[in-house]
Design a binder for this molecule. Structure first.
Ligand code: FCB
Length: 425
Protein backbone atom coordinates (compact mmCIF):
# COMPACT_ATOMS: atom_id res chain seq x y z
CA UNK A 1 0.00 0.00 0.00
CA UNK A 2 1.53 3.33 -0.97
CA UNK A 3 2.63 5.75 1.74
CA UNK A 4 -0.20 8.10 0.64
CA UNK A 5 -2.83 5.68 1.85
CA UNK A 6 -1.52 6.12 5.34
CA UNK A 7 -2.19 9.82 5.09
CA UNK A 8 -5.61 9.40 3.50
CA UNK A 9 -7.47 7.57 6.25
CA UNK A 10 -8.11 9.70 9.33
CA UNK A 11 -6.39 8.54 12.52
CA UNK A 12 -9.64 7.63 14.22
CA UNK A 13 -11.10 5.81 11.17
CA UNK A 14 -13.15 2.84 12.39
CA UNK A 15 -11.80 -0.44 11.02
CA UNK A 16 -13.76 -3.52 11.88
CA UNK A 17 -16.15 -6.27 11.00
CA UNK A 18 -19.87 -6.64 11.36
CA UNK A 19 -22.13 -9.38 12.69
CA UNK A 20 -25.82 -9.67 13.52
CA UNK A 21 -27.17 -11.41 16.60
CA UNK A 22 -29.43 -13.99 14.98
CA UNK A 23 -26.78 -15.05 12.46
CA UNK A 24 -24.12 -15.98 15.01
CA UNK A 25 -25.38 -16.21 18.58
CA UNK A 26 -27.14 -19.56 18.65
CA UNK A 27 -30.00 -20.58 20.92
CA UNK A 28 -32.35 -17.82 19.86
CA UNK A 29 -36.11 -17.97 19.95
CA UNK A 30 -37.72 -15.41 17.65
CA UNK A 31 -39.94 -15.16 14.55
CA UNK A 32 -37.05 -16.40 12.40
CA UNK A 33 -36.50 -19.59 14.39
CA UNK A 34 -40.24 -20.29 14.17
CA UNK A 35 -40.14 -19.69 10.41
CA UNK A 36 -37.00 -21.82 9.97
CA UNK A 37 -38.70 -24.82 11.55
CA UNK A 38 -41.81 -24.34 9.46
CA UNK A 39 -40.02 -23.97 6.11
CA UNK A 40 -36.73 -25.92 6.34
CA UNK A 41 -38.09 -28.97 4.53
CA UNK A 42 -39.64 -26.86 1.78
CA UNK A 43 -36.48 -24.80 1.31
CA UNK A 44 -34.42 -27.99 1.02
CA UNK A 45 -36.84 -29.43 -1.51
CA UNK A 46 -36.92 -26.34 -3.69
CA UNK A 47 -33.15 -25.72 -3.48
CA UNK A 48 -32.37 -27.07 -6.96
CA UNK A 49 -34.99 -24.92 -8.65
CA UNK A 50 -33.78 -21.83 -6.81
CA UNK A 51 -30.04 -22.36 -6.84
CA UNK A 52 -28.85 -24.78 -9.51
CA UNK A 53 -27.85 -21.86 -11.78
CA UNK A 54 -25.08 -20.69 -9.44
CA UNK A 55 -21.49 -21.79 -10.17
CA UNK A 56 -20.98 -23.43 -6.79
CA UNK A 57 -24.08 -25.64 -7.09
CA UNK A 58 -22.27 -29.00 -7.57
CA UNK A 59 -20.28 -28.33 -4.41
CA UNK A 60 -23.11 -27.10 -2.22
CA UNK A 61 -26.07 -29.14 -3.42
CA UNK A 62 -25.88 -31.77 -0.69
CA UNK A 63 -25.96 -29.11 2.00
CA UNK A 64 -28.53 -26.95 0.22
CA UNK A 65 -30.85 -29.95 -0.06
CA UNK A 66 -30.55 -30.84 3.62
CA UNK A 67 -33.28 -29.31 5.82
CA UNK A 68 -30.73 -28.87 8.63
CA UNK A 69 -28.98 -26.24 6.53
CA UNK A 70 -31.97 -23.96 7.13
CA UNK A 71 -31.97 -24.12 10.93
CA UNK A 72 -29.94 -21.48 12.77
CA UNK A 73 -29.81 -23.73 15.88
CA UNK A 74 -26.59 -23.38 17.83
CA UNK A 75 -25.43 -20.61 15.51
CA UNK A 76 -21.66 -20.41 15.80
CA UNK A 77 -22.02 -20.12 19.58
CA UNK A 78 -20.95 -16.51 19.52
CA UNK A 79 -23.22 -15.87 22.50
CA UNK A 80 -20.88 -18.02 24.58
CA UNK A 81 -17.59 -17.46 22.77
CA UNK A 82 -17.68 -13.73 22.17
CA UNK A 83 -14.48 -13.04 24.11
CA UNK A 84 -12.52 -15.45 21.94
CA UNK A 85 -14.02 -13.80 18.86
CA UNK A 86 -13.07 -10.33 20.12
CA UNK A 87 -9.49 -11.54 20.62
CA UNK A 88 -9.43 -12.61 16.99
CA UNK A 89 -10.80 -9.20 15.92
CA UNK A 90 -8.18 -7.46 18.02
CA UNK A 91 -5.42 -9.55 16.48
CA UNK A 92 -6.64 -8.43 13.06
CA UNK A 93 -5.83 -4.86 14.18
CA UNK A 94 -9.47 -3.82 14.27
CA UNK A 95 -10.36 -0.85 16.45
CA UNK A 96 -14.14 -1.24 16.15
CA UNK A 97 -16.83 -3.88 15.93
CA UNK A 98 -20.45 -3.75 14.75
CA UNK A 99 -22.85 -6.19 16.40
CA UNK A 100 -26.53 -6.65 17.03
CA UNK A 101 -28.61 -6.81 20.18
CA UNK A 102 -31.30 -9.47 19.92
CA UNK A 103 -34.57 -7.84 20.97
CA UNK A 104 -36.19 -11.25 21.57
CA UNK A 105 -33.60 -12.01 24.26
CA UNK A 106 -34.04 -8.66 26.00
CA UNK A 107 -37.85 -8.86 25.92
CA UNK A 108 -38.81 -12.51 25.42
CA UNK A 109 -42.38 -11.79 26.55
CA UNK A 110 -44.21 -8.53 26.10
CA UNK A 111 -43.10 -6.05 28.75
CA UNK A 112 -40.79 -8.49 30.55
CA UNK A 113 -37.12 -7.61 30.50
CA UNK A 114 -34.66 -10.47 30.85
CA UNK A 115 -31.98 -9.48 33.34
CA UNK A 116 -29.55 -12.15 32.22
CA UNK A 117 -29.69 -10.92 28.63
CA UNK A 118 -29.25 -7.32 29.79
CA UNK A 119 -26.18 -8.34 31.79
CA UNK A 120 -24.84 -10.31 28.86
CA UNK A 121 -24.84 -7.37 26.46
CA UNK A 122 -23.31 -5.12 29.11
CA UNK A 123 -20.45 -7.57 29.53
CA UNK A 124 -20.23 -7.86 25.77
CA UNK A 125 -19.82 -4.09 25.35
CA UNK A 126 -17.36 -3.90 28.23
CA UNK A 127 -15.23 -6.69 26.77
CA UNK A 128 -15.11 -4.90 23.42
CA UNK A 129 -14.01 -1.68 25.06
CA UNK A 130 -11.45 -3.46 27.19
CA UNK A 131 -9.75 -4.55 23.96
CA UNK A 132 -9.92 -1.12 22.36
CA UNK A 133 -12.71 -2.18 20.01
CA UNK A 134 -15.26 0.61 19.61
CA UNK A 135 -18.71 -0.95 19.98
CA UNK A 136 -21.08 0.05 17.17
CA UNK A 137 -24.41 -1.38 18.22
CA UNK A 138 -27.24 -2.31 15.89
CA UNK A 139 -30.65 -2.34 17.57
CA UNK A 140 -32.66 -4.32 15.06
CA UNK A 141 -31.49 -6.69 12.33
CA UNK A 142 -34.58 -8.49 10.94
CA UNK A 143 -35.49 -10.92 13.76
CA UNK A 144 -38.46 -10.08 16.00
CA UNK A 145 -39.69 -11.30 19.37
CA UNK A 146 -42.42 -13.84 18.67
CA UNK A 147 -45.03 -11.83 20.61
CA UNK A 148 -44.26 -8.71 18.52
CA UNK A 149 -44.46 -10.66 15.26
CA UNK A 150 -47.84 -12.07 16.39
CA UNK A 151 -49.16 -8.54 16.80
CA UNK A 152 -48.28 -7.91 13.14
CA UNK A 153 -44.75 -6.56 13.68
CA UNK A 154 -43.97 -3.31 11.90
CA UNK A 155 -47.09 -3.52 9.76
CA UNK A 156 -49.14 -1.66 12.34
CA UNK A 157 -48.27 1.84 13.34
CA UNK A 158 -49.59 1.30 16.83
CA UNK A 159 -46.92 -1.38 17.37
CA UNK A 160 -44.16 1.20 17.08
CA UNK A 161 -44.56 1.99 20.77
CA UNK A 162 -43.08 -1.42 21.60
CA UNK A 163 -39.99 -0.65 19.56
CA UNK A 164 -39.79 2.78 21.23
CA UNK A 165 -39.85 1.13 24.62
CA UNK A 166 -37.09 -1.31 23.69
CA UNK A 167 -34.96 1.53 22.29
CA UNK A 168 -35.54 3.52 25.47
CA UNK A 169 -34.33 0.63 27.57
CA UNK A 170 -31.19 0.20 25.47
CA UNK A 171 -30.49 3.93 25.76
CA UNK A 172 -30.86 3.74 29.53
CA UNK A 173 -28.80 0.56 29.99
CA UNK A 174 -25.96 1.11 27.55
CA UNK A 175 -26.13 4.65 26.15
CA UNK A 176 -23.32 5.91 28.40
CA UNK A 177 -21.01 3.14 27.12
CA UNK A 178 -21.53 3.89 23.43
CA UNK A 179 -20.66 6.48 20.80
CA UNK A 180 -22.38 5.00 17.71
CA UNK A 181 -25.81 3.43 17.41
CA UNK A 182 -27.39 1.97 14.27
CA UNK A 183 -31.14 1.68 14.74
CA UNK A 184 -32.26 -0.54 11.86
CA UNK A 185 -30.52 -2.76 9.34
CA UNK A 186 -31.58 -2.65 5.68
CA UNK A 187 -35.25 -1.63 5.91
CA UNK A 188 -35.48 -1.84 2.09
CA UNK A 189 -34.37 -5.48 2.01
CA UNK A 190 -36.51 -6.46 4.99
CA UNK A 191 -39.69 -4.90 3.61
CA UNK A 192 -39.07 -6.35 0.14
CA UNK A 193 -38.25 -9.94 1.08
CA UNK A 194 -40.75 -10.17 3.91
CA UNK A 195 -43.72 -8.44 2.26
CA UNK A 196 -43.30 -8.13 -1.49
CA UNK A 197 -41.30 -10.81 -3.25
CA UNK A 198 -43.57 -13.14 -5.12
CA UNK A 199 -41.72 -15.37 -7.52
CA UNK A 200 -40.71 -18.81 -6.38
CA UNK A 201 -37.16 -18.24 -7.51
CA UNK A 202 -36.46 -15.19 -5.42
CA UNK A 203 -35.89 -15.04 -1.71
CA UNK A 204 -38.79 -14.90 0.68
CA UNK A 205 -38.52 -14.13 4.36
CA UNK A 206 -40.94 -14.20 7.26
CA UNK A 207 -43.73 -13.32 7.36
CA UNK A 208 -43.98 -14.01 3.58
CA UNK A 209 -46.93 -11.72 3.13
CA UNK A 210 -46.67 -10.88 -0.58
CA UNK A 211 -48.90 -7.88 -0.37
CA UNK A 212 -47.99 -4.49 -1.80
CA UNK A 213 -50.10 -2.59 0.74
CA UNK A 214 -48.42 -4.37 3.65
CA UNK A 215 -45.05 -3.71 2.05
CA UNK A 216 -45.83 0.01 1.85
CA UNK A 217 -46.98 0.12 5.44
CA UNK A 218 -43.96 -1.71 6.80
CA UNK A 219 -41.55 0.39 4.80
CA UNK A 220 -43.21 3.62 5.89
CA UNK A 221 -43.49 2.51 9.52
CA UNK A 222 -39.79 1.70 9.56
CA UNK A 223 -39.02 5.30 8.60
CA UNK A 224 -41.08 6.33 11.64
CA UNK A 225 -39.48 3.69 13.86
CA UNK A 226 -36.07 5.10 13.00
CA UNK A 227 -37.11 8.72 13.50
CA UNK A 228 -38.62 7.98 16.88
CA UNK A 229 -35.61 5.89 17.92
CA UNK A 230 -33.32 8.73 16.90
CA UNK A 231 -35.21 11.15 19.13
CA UNK A 232 -35.29 8.75 22.08
CA UNK A 233 -31.56 8.04 21.85
CA UNK A 234 -30.57 11.68 21.41
CA UNK A 235 -32.79 12.83 24.27
CA UNK A 236 -31.13 10.31 26.58
CA UNK A 237 -27.56 10.90 25.33
CA UNK A 238 -27.18 13.95 23.06
CA UNK A 239 -23.63 12.98 22.15
CA UNK A 240 -24.55 9.61 20.66
CA UNK A 241 -24.03 9.37 16.91
CA UNK A 242 -27.13 7.73 15.49
CA UNK A 243 -27.81 6.41 12.00
CA UNK A 244 -29.11 3.40 10.11
CA UNK A 245 -27.55 0.78 7.84
CA UNK A 246 -29.49 0.89 4.59
CA UNK A 247 -28.67 -1.38 1.67
CA UNK A 248 -27.43 0.79 -1.19
CA UNK A 249 -26.51 -0.45 -4.64
CA UNK A 250 -24.30 1.21 -7.20
CA UNK A 251 -27.02 1.42 -9.84
CA UNK A 252 -25.86 2.24 -13.38
CA UNK A 253 -27.35 2.44 -16.86
CA UNK A 254 -26.42 -0.50 -19.03
CA UNK A 255 -26.26 1.78 -22.08
CA UNK A 256 -24.95 5.15 -20.92
CA UNK A 257 -26.75 8.03 -22.62
CA UNK A 258 -29.65 5.83 -23.68
CA UNK A 259 -32.63 7.80 -22.43
CA UNK A 260 -34.71 4.84 -21.37
CA UNK A 261 -31.82 3.20 -19.52
CA UNK A 262 -31.00 6.48 -17.80
CA UNK A 263 -34.61 6.95 -16.75
CA UNK A 264 -34.83 3.43 -15.38
CA UNK A 265 -31.55 3.96 -13.55
CA UNK A 266 -32.74 7.18 -11.98
CA UNK A 267 -35.96 5.65 -10.75
CA UNK A 268 -34.24 2.54 -9.42
CA UNK A 269 -31.78 4.74 -7.59
CA UNK A 270 -34.57 6.77 -6.11
CA UNK A 271 -36.72 3.87 -4.95
CA UNK A 272 -33.98 1.53 -3.76
CA UNK A 273 -31.32 3.93 -2.49
CA UNK A 274 -32.84 7.27 -1.65
CA UNK A 275 -36.49 6.85 -0.70
CA UNK A 276 -35.80 5.77 2.86
CA UNK A 277 -32.76 7.99 3.44
CA UNK A 278 -34.73 10.96 2.17
CA UNK A 279 -37.40 10.42 4.79
CA UNK A 280 -34.94 10.24 7.68
CA UNK A 281 -32.46 12.82 6.37
CA UNK A 282 -32.88 15.07 9.39
CA UNK A 283 -32.57 12.22 11.85
CA UNK A 284 -29.16 10.85 11.11
CA UNK A 285 -25.77 11.93 12.39
CA UNK A 286 -24.06 9.72 9.84
CA UNK A 287 -25.24 7.88 6.76
CA UNK A 288 -24.65 4.19 7.32
CA UNK A 289 -25.00 1.80 4.42
CA UNK A 290 -24.16 -1.73 3.36
CA UNK A 291 -22.59 -2.20 -0.05
CA UNK A 292 -22.65 -5.51 -1.97
CA UNK A 293 -24.02 -4.76 -5.43
CA UNK A 294 -23.36 -2.90 -8.64
CA UNK A 295 -26.44 -3.30 -10.82
CA UNK A 296 -26.78 -2.37 -14.49
CA UNK A 297 -30.30 -1.56 -15.63
CA UNK A 298 -31.73 -1.40 -19.09
CA UNK A 299 -35.10 -0.78 -20.76
CA UNK A 300 -38.06 -0.87 -18.38
CA UNK A 301 -36.25 -1.93 -15.26
CA UNK A 302 -34.43 -5.01 -16.54
CA UNK A 303 -31.36 -6.01 -14.60
CA UNK A 304 -28.53 -6.96 -16.97
CA UNK A 305 -25.23 -7.49 -15.17
CA UNK A 306 -21.95 -8.76 -16.61
CA UNK A 307 -21.67 -12.53 -16.29
CA UNK A 308 -18.43 -12.48 -14.31
CA UNK A 309 -17.01 -12.36 -11.74
CA UNK A 310 -19.60 -13.96 -9.45
CA UNK A 311 -19.36 -14.80 -5.78
CA UNK A 312 -20.59 -18.13 -4.33
CA UNK A 313 -24.16 -16.85 -4.20
CA UNK A 314 -24.03 -15.91 -7.88
CA UNK A 315 -23.87 -12.19 -7.05
CA UNK A 316 -21.97 -10.12 -9.61
CA UNK A 317 -18.94 -8.49 -7.96
CA UNK A 318 -17.75 -4.95 -8.64
CA UNK A 319 -16.10 -3.79 -5.40
CA UNK A 320 -14.90 -0.51 -6.91
CA UNK A 321 -18.57 0.46 -7.32
CA UNK A 322 -18.33 1.69 -3.75
CA UNK A 323 -16.52 4.79 -5.03
CA UNK A 324 -19.32 6.34 -7.15
CA UNK A 325 -21.77 5.39 -4.44
CA UNK A 326 -19.79 7.18 -1.73
CA UNK A 327 -19.68 10.25 -3.96
CA UNK A 328 -23.41 10.25 -4.55
CA UNK A 329 -24.26 9.70 -0.88
CA UNK A 330 -21.95 12.55 0.09
CA UNK A 331 -23.36 14.88 -2.59
CA UNK A 332 -26.90 14.25 -1.34
CA UNK A 333 -26.49 14.29 2.43
CA UNK A 334 -23.16 15.91 3.32
CA UNK A 335 -22.95 13.79 6.46
CA UNK A 336 -20.17 11.50 7.67
CA UNK A 337 -20.45 8.06 6.09
CA UNK A 338 -19.97 4.65 7.63
CA UNK A 339 -19.76 1.56 5.43
CA UNK A 340 -21.61 -0.71 7.84
CA UNK A 341 -21.32 -3.94 5.82
CA UNK A 342 -19.42 -5.07 2.75
CA UNK A 343 -18.11 -8.47 1.73
CA UNK A 344 -18.33 -11.62 -0.36
CA UNK A 345 -19.60 -15.18 -0.07
CA UNK A 346 -16.35 -16.95 -0.90
CA UNK A 347 -15.80 -20.41 0.60
CA UNK A 348 -12.43 -20.84 -1.12
CA UNK A 349 -11.21 -17.39 -0.15
CA UNK A 350 -10.25 -16.65 -3.74
CA UNK A 351 -11.87 -13.23 -4.13
CA UNK A 352 -11.98 -11.77 -0.65
CA UNK A 353 -8.51 -10.20 -0.60
CA UNK A 354 -9.02 -8.65 -4.04
CA UNK A 355 -12.44 -7.39 -2.95
CA UNK A 356 -11.07 -5.75 0.20
CA UNK A 357 -8.13 -4.24 -1.64
CA UNK A 358 -10.39 -2.67 -4.28
CA UNK A 359 -12.67 -1.46 -1.51
CA UNK A 360 -9.84 0.27 0.33
CA UNK A 361 -8.82 1.99 -2.92
CA UNK A 362 -12.44 3.06 -3.51
CA UNK A 363 -12.63 4.63 -0.05
CA UNK A 364 -9.23 6.21 -0.46
CA UNK A 365 -10.33 7.85 -3.72
CA UNK A 366 -13.51 9.16 -2.19
CA UNK A 367 -11.73 10.51 0.91
CA UNK A 368 -9.14 12.21 -1.29
CA UNK A 369 -12.00 14.10 -2.92
CA UNK A 370 -13.33 15.36 0.36
CA UNK A 371 -15.92 12.68 1.16
CA UNK A 372 -16.09 12.24 4.93
CA UNK A 373 -15.84 8.45 5.29
CA UNK A 374 -15.48 7.52 8.96
CA UNK A 375 -15.51 3.74 9.09
CA UNK A 376 -15.53 0.40 7.34
CA UNK A 377 -17.05 -2.82 8.70
CA UNK A 378 -16.44 -5.97 6.73
CA UNK A 379 -19.24 -8.52 6.53
CA UNK A 380 -18.56 -10.65 8.37
CA UNK A 381 -16.17 -11.54 11.16
CA UNK A 382 -17.41 -15.15 11.21
CA UNK A 383 -19.02 -17.60 8.85
CA UNK A 384 -22.67 -17.38 9.80
CA UNK A 385 -26.30 -18.24 9.16
CA UNK A 386 -27.16 -16.52 5.89
CA UNK A 387 -30.92 -16.14 6.41
CA UNK A 388 -33.01 -18.07 3.86
CA UNK A 389 -29.86 -19.53 2.26
CA UNK A 390 -28.84 -21.13 5.54
CA UNK A 391 -25.34 -22.22 6.43
CA UNK A 392 -23.54 -22.95 3.17
CA UNK A 393 -22.58 -19.38 2.09
CA UNK A 394 -19.27 -18.39 3.69
CA UNK A 395 -18.91 -14.70 4.37
CA UNK A 396 -16.44 -14.93 7.26
CA UNK A 397 -13.02 -13.42 7.57
CA UNK A 398 -12.85 -16.30 10.00
CA UNK A 399 -14.02 -19.78 8.98
CA UNK A 400 -16.10 -21.67 11.52
CA UNK A 401 -16.24 -25.45 11.44
CA UNK A 402 -19.64 -26.28 12.90
CA UNK A 403 -18.91 -30.02 12.71
CA UNK A 404 -15.72 -29.75 14.76
CA UNK A 405 -16.37 -27.92 17.97
CA UNK A 406 -17.08 -24.62 16.17
CA UNK A 407 -13.37 -24.24 15.52
CA UNK A 408 -12.39 -20.79 14.29
CA UNK A 409 -9.73 -20.46 11.55
CA UNK A 410 -8.60 -17.08 10.33
CA UNK A 411 -8.69 -17.02 6.52
CA UNK A 412 -5.62 -15.87 4.54
CA UNK A 413 -7.48 -12.81 3.21
CA UNK A 414 -8.23 -11.75 6.79
CA UNK A 415 -4.58 -11.99 7.79
CA UNK A 416 -3.73 -9.83 4.81
CA UNK A 417 -6.47 -7.33 5.76
CA UNK A 418 -5.25 -7.18 9.35
CA UNK A 419 -1.70 -6.44 8.27
CA UNK A 420 -2.94 -3.78 5.89
CA UNK A 421 -4.88 -2.04 8.64
CA UNK A 422 -1.76 -2.22 10.79
CA UNK A 423 0.17 -0.35 8.12
CA UNK A 424 -2.37 2.33 7.30
CA UNK A 425 -3.86 3.19 10.67
C1 FCB B 1 -26.97 -8.12 4.18
C2 FCB B 1 -27.49 -8.41 5.58
C3 FCB B 1 -26.58 -9.31 6.38
C4 FCB B 1 -26.03 -10.43 5.53
C5 FCB B 1 -25.41 -9.88 4.27
C6 FCB B 1 -24.78 -10.92 3.38
O1 FCB B 1 -28.03 -7.80 3.36
O2 FCB B 1 -27.63 -7.21 6.30
O3 FCB B 1 -27.31 -9.78 7.48
O4 FCB B 1 -27.02 -11.34 5.29
O5 FCB B 1 -26.38 -9.20 3.54
Amino acid sequence: MPEDTKKTFPKDFLWGASTSAHQVEGGNHNDWTVWERAYAAELAKSAASRLSHIPLWPEIKTRAQDPDNYISGRGVEHYKRFEEDFDIAKNLNFNAFRFGIEWSRIEPEEGQWDQEALDHYRRYIEQLKKRGLEPVVNLWHYSLPVWFAKKGGFKHRKNLRYFDRYVGLIAKEYGHLLTHVITINEPNVYATFGYLTRERLTVQWPPQEKNAVSFGRVYWNLTQAHRRAYKILKAAHPKLQVGIADQLANIQAKRPHNQLDELTTKSMRYFWNWWFLQRIRKEQDFVGFNYYFTDYYTKLGQLQNPKLPLNDLGWYMEPEGLYPLLLRVWARYKRPIIVAENGVADAHDQYRRWWIEETIVAMERAISEGVDVRGYFHWSLLDNFEWAYGWWPKFGLVAVDRENGMKRTVRASAKWFGEKIGKIS
